[in-house]
Design a protein around this ligand. Structure first.
Ligand SMILES: Cc1cc2nc3c(=O)[nH]c(=O)nc-3n(C[C@H](O)[C@H](O)[C@H](O)COP(=O)(O)OP(=O)(O)OC[C@H]3O[C@@H](n4cnc5c(N)ncnc54)[C@H](O)[C@@H]3O)c2cc1C
Length: 553
C-alpha cells in the first residue's frame, strides 16, 4: 500500500502503460554511455576514493571505506601468539562458507586433500543464498561460448582479464550439469529442456534459475554435500590473520571463536580465500543487498600477506534496490523482473532508459533521473526512487507469470500490502557487488604462494562491471579450480616453520606511514551496527589504538 502522493504517480504510470507496452527504447552507444557513467555513477564521484598509502597496491585508488580497512591494524600481537600450538593440521583450509568456499572444499576433498572449512557465521550465511535471478551458461543451440565471452567482456567494458573470462565461459555448461547432479532443481520447460531467460548485457537466453531463489537452491545442495561427505567445518569462527612460513608461503590462519573469543590455530599446506564481498561497508552511504558478514575480510587478510588486488576502484551498484518501504531499503529487486519485461519509469510514467542495459549504465541513468532531472518519486522517509513497472509482466507473458516466476519478490513486497502483479515497485541503486578483488590466475592462485582465492573476493573476471548470472557462475568455476589447485599444491609443497612476521612488518610499515593510530582494526568482521563483540580478543593486543571499533585492553 502506497501513500496518496505516490498513488498519484502510479496513476500516471498506469496511464502510459498501454502505450509503453509497444515502446522499446534503443540501447545506448558508447558515446552516450561513457559520459553518463562519468557523470552519475558512484565510482566516478570525486573525493570518495583515495590512493592506498601502503601495501602491494600502493598508489591505486579505492573507496575510502575500503582503504581504511586495507590500511588497518591487525588485532593480533604476534608476540602473544603461541605458534607452537596447532589446533588443526590439514592440507587445505578454506576460509568462507558460501558458494565459492563450499565448492572449493568439495573439489579439494575430491582431489585427495584433508580439508577444513571455516566460516564467520553459519555455513550458508552468505551472499550466495541471496542470489535470485540465476546462473549464466551458454548451452542453447543459438548460443556459444564465444557469444557469452563477448557479452561478458562488453559488460565489463573490456577491462576483464581475458583468460579468466575464457575459463568462466568454457566451464559454465559443465557447472550447470554438475549442480544438477548434486540436486539443484533447475527450472525446466514441459519437454524437460532448461527454462532460460536473458539479462542486462546478455544477448542470448542463458540464465539458469530456480524461480527467484536460485542461490538458496544452489547453496542447499552444496551444504548437504559438505555434510554428506563429512568435510569438517567450523562456524562462527572467522579468520583474523593468515599464517605464513619462513619461506614466504601461506600456510594456515588464526581464527577467533565469536562466542568464546578463543583463538584457533590452523596449520594448512594451502589456503583458499572465499570470504565474499563488502556490501556492508555501505560505500558512500548506499544501502546494500549483502548479508551481514560481507565486510571485505578476505581482501584485508590477503593484502597483509602481500597479495595483489585488482580493480579495487569499481563497485557494482545494482540498479534496482527497494526504495520503499523503508523496512526493506536496499534489498534486491532481482534483475529478472526486467528480464521478464518490466520497464523503468519516472514520476510521470515515462521510460528513460532501456531496462536491460548493463547494470552500471542503468544505475547511472536512475541517479540522473532522480538527482539532475528531478523526475524521481519521494517517499515519506525522504528516499527517492523510480518505478519498476512489474504489472507489465502479466500483460506481456500471461496472467500468473509474476506469481510463478517471482515468488520471493511477491512475498517481499506482499508483507507490506504491495501486490507487485498490480502495482509497480519503487527502486533506487543499492551497493551490490565488488567487481574487483584478489588477483588470481586461471587456477585461482594469487600472487602469494600457497594462497588461492575464489568467488566474490577475487577480481579480474568481470572487469569493471559484472553481468547478471556471472557471479554465481564465477563462484562455481573458480571455486572448483581453486579447490583442485590448492589440493594439488598441498601434495607438492614443503612447508617451513610458522610465523607471523608479516604482521610485525605490516605494523611497522603502518607506523612509519604515520597511520597506525588513524586506522581501525581490520578485518572488520561485522558492521558497526551489528551486535558488538564484547572485549574482543582482550589478551592478544599489544597496544590500545585510538580509532577503532573493537575495544582492546
Ligand atoms: C541479494 C543478492 C542477489 C544476487 N543475485 C545474483 C544472481 O542472481 N546471479 C549471480 O550470478 N549473482 C548474484 N549475486 C551475487 C552472488 O550471489 C555473489 O557474488 C556470490 O554468491 C558470492 O559467493 P561467495 O561464495 O564468493 O561469497 P558469499 O556467498 O558471500 O560467502 C562468503 C562467506 O565467507 C564468510 N566470511 C566472510 N569473512 C570471513 C572471515 N573473516 N572468516 C571466515 N569466513 C568469512 C561469510 O560469512 C560467508 O559465509 C547476488 C548477490 C546478492 C547479495
Amino acid at each position: 500500500m502506497y501513500p496518496a502522493h505516490m498513488e498519484e504517480s502510479i496513476r500516471k504510470v498506469e496511464a502510459t502503460r498501454e502505450r509503453r507496452l509497444k515502446e522499446s527504447l534503443l540501447r545506448l552507444g558508447d558515446e552516450q554511455k561513457t559520459p553518463l557513467l562519468q557523470r552519475y555513477h558512484p565510482d566516478y564521484v570525486a573525493g570518495k576514493m583515495r590512493q592506498l598509502a601502503l601495501g602491494p597496491n600502493k598508489g591505486d585508488y579505492t573507496p575510502d571505506e575500503v582503504a581504511d580497512l586495507l590500511e588497518g591494524n591487525s588485532c593480533l600481537d604476534p608476540d602473544k601468539i603461541d605458534l607452537g600450538r596447532v589446533d588443526y593440521d590439514v592440507d587445505v583450509l578454506v576460509i568462507g562458507g558460501g558458494g565459492a568456499g563450499a565448492t572449493a572444499a568439495l573439489l579439494a576433498q575430491e582431489n585427495g586433500a584433508k580439508v577444513l572449512l571455516t566460516t564467520k557465521l553459519r555455513l550458508g550465511d552468505c551472499n550466495t543464498v541471496g542470489a535470485q535471478a540465476g546462473t549464466q551458461a551458454a548451452d542453447r543451440p543459438n548460443d556459444s561460448l564465444a557469444i557469452h565471452y563477448l557479452d561478458t567482456m562488453g559488460g565489463g567494458h573490456f577491462a576483464n582479464v581475458p583468460e579468466l573470462v575464457e575459463a568462466l565461459v568454457k566451464d559454465a555448461p559443465m557447472v550447470i550439469k554438475w549442480l544438477g547432479t548434486l540436486g539443484v532443481n533447475w527450472d525446466k520447460m514441459a519437454d524437460g529442456t532448461m527454462h532460460e531467460l536473458s539479462g542486462g548485457g546478455a544477448s542470448r537466453l542463458r540464465l539458469h534459475s530456480a524461480r527467484d531463489y536460485t542461490g538458496l537452491e544452489e547453496m542447499r545442495v552444496l551444504r548437504d554435500e559438505i555434510r554428506n561427505r563429512k568435510i569438517d567445518y567450523l562456524e562462527f569462527s572467522p579468520a583474523v590473520e593468515l599464517l605464513m612460513d619462513d619461506k614466504g608461503q601461506v600456510c594456515g590462519a588464526v581464527l577467533v571463536n565469536l562466542e568464546t573469543n578463543e583463538l584457533t590455530m590452523v596449520r594448512a599446506k594451502s589456503v583458499v580465500m572465499a570470504t565474499g564481498g563488502m556490501g556492508r561497508l555501505h560505500i558512500q552511504g548506499f544501502p546494500t543487498t549483502n548479508h551481514y558478514g560481507a565486510t571485505a575480510d578476505g581482501l584485508v587478510l590477503a593484502y597483509r600477506v602481500g597479495a595483489q588486488l585488482i580493480f579495487m576502484d569499481t563497485m557494482q551498484y545494482h540498479p534496482t534496490g527497494a526504495a520503499y518501504p523503508m523496512q526493506i531499503l536496499g534489498q534486491l529487486v532481482t534483475e529478472k523482473v526486467r528480464s521478464l519485461g518490466a520497464q523503468l519509469v519516472n514520476v510521470d510514467g515515462e521510460q528513460f532508459i532501456m531496462p536491460l542495459e548493463p547494470r552500471d549504465v542503468v544505475a547511472a541513468a536512475i541517479i540522473r533521473e532522480c538527482q539532475e532531472r528531478q523526475k524521481g518519486v519521494k517517499t515519506p522517509a525522504g528516499q527517492v526512487g523510480v518505478w519498476l513497472d512489474s504489472p507489465m509482466i502479466d500483460m506481456l507473458r500471461g496472467e500468473g507469470t509474476v506469481a510463478r516466476e517471482l515468488p520471493a519478490m511477491v512475498r517481499q513486497f506482499g508483507r507490506f500490502n504491495i501486490d507487485i502483479a498490480r502495482e509497480p515497485m519503487l527502486i533506487y541503486p543499492t551497493l551490490h557487488y565488488q567487481n574487483g578483488g584478489i588477483k588470481i590466475n586461471t587456477e585461482g592462485a594469487t600472487t602469494v604462494p600457497g594462497l588461492f582465492a575464489a568467488g566474490e573476493c577475487e577480481g579480474g573476471v568481470h572487469g569493471s562491471n559484472r553481468l547478471i548470472g556471472n557471479s554465481t557462475l564465477d563462484i562455481f568455476v573458480f571455486g572448483r579450480r581453486a579447490g583442485r589447485a590448492a589440493a594439488n599444491w598441498s601434495k607438492e609443497v614443503k612447508s617451513g616453520s610458522l610465523t607471523l612476521e608479516h604482521v610485525r612488518c605490516w605494523q611497522k610499515d603502518l607506523e612509519r606511514a604515520g597511520l597506525s593510530k588513524l586506522r581501525p582494526v581490520s578485518p572488520l568482521l561485522l558492521p558497526d551496527y551489528a551486535r558488538p563483540i564484547p572485549d574482543y580478543l582482550p589478551d592478544y593486543s599489544a597496544q590500545a589504538l585510538t580509532a577503532h571499533r573493537i575495544k582492546l585492553t
